[in-house]
Unconditional design. Structure first.
Length: 109
């Protein structure tokens, strides 16, 4: 699993690519609610989820969709602790599915 790094004093989006297909065709998930969680261990509970947003890269074919969450002090949705490594989780709320996926690791330096 890839480990990304972020500075504890940085305010920036943590992005996770999200792909969805239905009947073999690419589906745009950006109308769905997206949330992200950052945990040092375990699986996310109800209070762990933070509001996310979508970013679309239309320069690719097909488009690439990213779930993202603004991380950092002074305006971030969540502030993470320096010296810790977090499991990044993504939850997309659709109908009828609500997939929850572990996306990777994030080291805070």
């Amino acid at each position: 699993m890839t480990i990304a790094e972020i500075s504890a004093v940085s305010l920036e989006y943590v992005k996770v690519p999200v792909s969805a297909r239905e009947d073999g065709a690419v589906v745009d998930p950006t109308a769905d609610t997206v949330q992200m969680a950052f945990l040092t261990s375990g699986s996310p509970g109800v209070s762990d989820w933070k509001s996310g947003s979508w970013e679309t890269d239309a320069t690719t074919n097909p488009d690439t969709y990213y779930a993202r969450c603004l991380v950092g002090p002074s305006g971030g949705t969540i502030t993470l602790t320096a010296g810790s490594t977090y499991q990044v989780w993504v939850k997309v709320t659709d109908n009828p599915e609500t997939p929850v996926k572990r996306a990777g690791l994030l080291r805070v330096v």
